[in-house]
Write a protein that binds this ligand. Structure first.
Ligand SMILES: [Zn+2]
Length: 61
């Protein structure tokens, strides 16, 4: 996971309530999209290997 997205998630509440730097609706949509990146909220895909029978579930970015 990127450091930038980790920081967004860690400081989400402070960012949303910072009165000196109001977050516009467009910025809120962009932040929500980045925060859900590579989580199950963004959807996921199931992968299966016929050779070793390994399967994995990968979150979408
Ligand atoms: Zn395999």
């Amino acid at each position: 996971m990127s450091t930038f997205i980790s920081l967004l998630r860690a400081h989400h509440d402070a960012l949303m309530t910072a009165s000196h730097a109001p977050v516009s609706p467009d910025m809120k949509r962009a932040i929500a999209a980045m925060e859900s990146c590579q989580t199950e909220a963004a959807g996921w895909s199931q992968w299966y290997c016929r050779h070793c029978h390994h399967h994995d579930r990968l979150c979408m970015s």
